[in-house]
Design a protein around this ligand. Structure first.
Ligand code: FAD
Length: 455
């Protein structure tokens, strides 16, 4: 019998922590999981899930408009923010309960308190109780970064509050150029809020393929979103109707709300990791090896707190691999390469593999195949929206290195393209695959002409 209170103490009941706790308990480990806010973590409570529900809500405005070209008449339609919030909250409560049930059914003990590390095998709970564990798993996730040096920063909301606004503002200023900023710009704009996006970089969505970034920026502008790139906030003041925002170039304007989506930082403040001697990365994430183990052998970390690839499925995989390795006697490492992802922008982005720029840095000969077309639906709806699809191919081996799509259902396509690209599919395999007609994705297997710059 172990002299520790638990075999595993998990700090944080989010995507990574819940999976690790459940799997370890199934292997027979005595597991406790501490959560300071709500079981389910960012993804379920204030991330992927409510965000996607909001995206669905925001798309109906265009759906009603598009329906007219197909013979429908939509009499006066209206939207009620309070109904959306209420229904979203019900769904989040349902998921929260399901997560609690699953953890308890696996035999893990749930402790609804903040927990911090006291030493390599000791955890201190907010109630003052100290517990010991053979292993401690830090799965505390990340939190929105707020530029606190900015005058008036406390007047701004982040994605956390965006899910609980009492009412929709008539105008919102969103600061940031990453996927969260872009997704919320689409949500608010779709719900009828005049939307201004302020981003200090040259183009939105740094790290994504340049053609896709440019294409999406163009489509967002068509929807009436004001994109102000190479622009930054200087100060925020309260005004009668909300806030007054002043930019670095002196321009100033009013908005009902201002939202920072300026990145996320690992949740390590006050966590006591220094006391245990845990090494951090320069970005203040927990530094771990391929098995998610820190430099302190009994302390592991998974998910956003390690700042590797900050996505739910990655946190889940890391948590599962940790439990398999430490409690299941297996040797499991997570492969962080070739991760398909989506941005639920409007239109959506789906992507897997190398961007054209990355491919040109690593490969001698790179062939590009791309097409831009009007989705079939819009031939009758009349909407001026185009889809962009792009394949990045190694000209020597014919292997598809990357695939990038901006258009309806691109996220769904990315999931399946991910399998093909992982399997090392060649362009000739794409060509040999029969098209599914009439679909948008058939374009991916009928792209024959290499794209030549300036042609
Ligand atoms: P989390 O899920 O954040 O869980 C950490 C938990 O630890 C939290 O519940 C927190 O309350 C708790 N905690 C922290 N400190 C303590 C402590 N000291 N004691 C006790 N408990 C503590 N990812 C995708 O894959 N797809 C998406 O579409 C997507 N959309 C997103 C949209 C938004 C707006 C945001 C913010 C994120 C989104 N993400 C998305 C990212 C995704 O939510 C995270 O990558 C994922 O939740 C990380 O899981 P985790 O286990 O590392 O941490």
């Amino acid at each position: 019998m172990s002299s520790f209170d638990y075999d595993l103490f998990v700090i944080g009941a989010g995507s990574g922590g819940v999976r690790a706790g459940r799997i370890a308990a199934r292997y027979g480990a005595r597991v406790a999981v501490a959560e300071e806010y709500r079981v389910g973590g960012t993804c379920v409570i204030r991330g992927c899930v409510p965000k996607k529900l909001f995206v669905y809500a925001s798309k109906f405005a265009e759906e009603f408009e598009d329906a007219v070209g197909f013979g429908w008449t939509s009499e006066k339609v209206s939207f009620d923010w309070a109904t959306l919030i209420e229904n979203k909250d019900k769904e989040i409560d349902r998921l929260n309960k399901a997560y609690i049930r699953n953890l308890e059914a696996a035999g893990a003990e749930l402790i609804l308190e903040r927990a911090v590390v006291e030493g390599p095998n000791t955890v201190l709970l907010a109630s003052g109780r100290k517990v010991t564990a053979r292993y401690v798993l830090v799965a505390t996730g990340a939190a929105p970064f707020v530029p606190r040096h900015l005058p008036g920063h406390d007047l701004a909301i982040t994605s956390n509050e965006a899910f609980h606004l009492d009412r929709l503002p008539s105008r919102i200023c969103i600061v940031g150029g990453g996927y969260i900023a872009i997704e919320f710009a689409g949500i608010f704009s779709g719900l009828g809020v005049e939307t201004v996006l302020i981003y200090r970089g040259e183009q939105i969505l740094r790290g994504f393929d340049d053609d896709i970034r440019e294409h999406l920026a163009g489509e967002m502008k068509k929807k009436g979103i004001e994109l102000r790139t190479r622009s930054d906030i200087a100060s925020i003041e309260r005004s009668g109707t909300g806030v007054r925002v002043t930019l670095n170039d002196g321009a100033a304007f009013g908005a009902g709300q201002i939202m920072f989506a300026t990145g996320r930082i690992p949740n390590v403040t006050g966590l006591g990791l220094d006391k245990a001697g845990v090494e951090m990365t320069p970005h203040m994430a927990v530094k771990v090896n391929a098995y998610s183990q820190s430099n302190v052998p009994s302390i592991y970390a998974v998910g956003d707190v390690t700042n590797r690839v900050n996505l739910t499925p990655v946190a889940i995989r890391e948590g599962h691999a940790f439990a398999d390795t430490v409690f299941g006697g297996k040797d499991v490492k997570v492969d962080h390469s070739l991760i398909p992802t989506a941005v639920f922008s409007q239109p959506e982005i789906g992507t897997i593999g190398l961007t054209e720029t990355e491919a040109r840095q690593g490969f001698k000969a790179v062939d590009i195949y791309k097409t831009s077309f009007r989705p079939m639906k819009h031939t009758l709806s009349g909407r001026d929206e185009r889809t962009l699809m792009k394949l990045v191919v190694d000209g020597d081996s014919d292997r598809v290195l990357g695939c990038h799509i901006c258009g309806p259902d691109a996220g769904e396509m990315a999931q399946l393209l991910g399998i093909a690209v992982r399997l090392g599919a060649k362009k000739s395999d794409f060509d040999a695959t029969m098209a599914v007609h009439p679909t948008a994705s058939e374009e991916l297997v009928t792209l024959r002409e290499k794209w030549v710059a300036g042609k």
